[in-house]
Design a protein around this ligand. Structure first.
Ligand code: SPD
Length: 365
């Protein structure tokens, strides 16, 4: 999907602003859907005179395929730090960020920078943008109607226990469309290390998934936002901010659908999404201007205020609306953070086995 933003102030800005580095005033951005404020791009265009082509995708795998084949045409992309950006860096996909052009870098939380340095040593290639955890989104009324008041809403049993999944199937369960999220969650449900690279553990996770496969209505990276909000789905394994957006959409619609998000007691994957500039970006100077723009506290706070994903910009925190800053589903408190784990790059043989298992699972063969 392509979205072309044409801010009202753009024409005036084109006349008054000079493009950086003699580049044509263009910028091609590839981001996840529902992952920016409605006015972020128009305001950037109005201020800089740079015209932005903004495409959206919903998966690290899709982005990776574009990047690895070269000549993606993008100037700024948004991979998750680990394992995706880590292996893309190893493949030489990104430019080193010129920090002298990123004065806003000083705003970044050192704790987050340290975390992503495991994927991007010395923080050379990526600027952390927003982060999330992967948990359970559910429709309170429907789940309690199907399972009673004792429903295990804070447990991955809500999805991976076949007896539970069977009862929820009529109101609808959806899974993220990626083995990189679903297998670790199934391993966690089994009490195994979600980062296990043991092929025997992979088989055990597959056995769990195979049993619940008949009860899964959809594998999709983002459709669950509207489906949950509309009452068309009762449980989703999804990203924190997306589930909260579903909750908000339902409230705005006034349709009496109440959506909640839980970080499962068995643990949840934490992902930090990064801004990276591909090595063959056609407009790398404009890309740096955009990255620095997103490092401004007021700009990234507006993004968080729109999409309900936490950002790693320390001075921005005070500018985030209190109801978001204080929402434990958005900024999890310490006792919940202790349950979060970060995925790591896997050996190629394990990746191949997991991809094969995933294909088998989805096709039901
Ligand atoms: N709608 C935006 C979703 C972005 C979620 N981040 C991706 C994390 C992948 N592990």
């Amino acid at each position: 999907m392509k979205v072309r933003w044409a801010g009202i102030g753009l024409l005036a800005a084109v006349i008054t602003a000079s493009p950086a580095g003699g580049e044509e005033p263009r910028l091609n951005v590839y981001n996840w859907s529902d992952y920016i404020a409605p006015d972020t791009i128009p305001k950037f265009e109005a201020e800089t005179g740079i015209r932005v082509t903004y495409d959206v995708c919903d998966g690290n795998e899709v982005l990776e395929a574009k990047l690895m084949s070269g000549r993606s045409g993008y100037d700024v992309v948004v991979p998750s730090a680990s394992p995706f950006m880590a292996r893309q860096i190893a493949a030489g996909v990104y430019r080193v960020l010129d920090k002298s052009k990123l004065p806003g870098w000083r705003n970044l939380d050192h704790h987050i920078l340290e975390m992503v340095s495991a994927a991007d040593p010395d923080n050379k290639h990526g600027s952390p943008y927003l982060w999330s955890d992967t948990g359970i989104g559910y429709n309170e009324t429907q789940v309690h109607a199907a399972l009673g008041e004792g429903a295990p809403v804070d447990s991955l049993a809500l999805i991976f226990d076949p007896a539970v999944a069977e009862k929820l199937a009529p109101c609808g369960i959806s899974l993220l469309d990626t083995p990189q999220e679903v297998f670790p969650a199934a391993l966690g449900y089994l009490g195994l290390d979600p980062k296990s690279r043991d092929l025997g553990d992979l088989d055990k996770a597959f056995a769990v998934l195979e049993k619940i496969r008949p009860y899964i209505r959809k594998f999709h990276p983002s459709q669950y936002i509207n489906d949950l909000a509309g009452g068309d789905l009762c449980v989703a394994l999804g990203y924190s901010g997306d589930v909260i957006q579903a909750r908000n959409r339902a409230r705005e619609a006034g349709n009496k659908v109440e959506i909640a998000f839980r970080v499962p007691k068995e643990g949840a994957m934490m992902s930090i999404d990064m801004l990276g500039i591909p090595a063959d970006a056609p407009h790398p100077e404009n890309a740096l201007r955009f990255v620095d723009y997103l490092l401004r506290p007021e700009v990234i706070a507006d993004v968080t205020n729109a999409v309900w994903y936490p950002n790693p910009n320390l001075p921005a925190t005070a500018l985030v609306k209190p109801e978001i800053r204080n929402d434990p589903a958005v900024y999890p408190p310490e006792e919940i953070r202790r349950r979060l784990y970060v995925d790591l790059p896997a050996p190629a043989a394990y990746e191949r086995a997991r991809t094969r298992a995933w294909t088998r699972l989805k096709s039901g063969r």
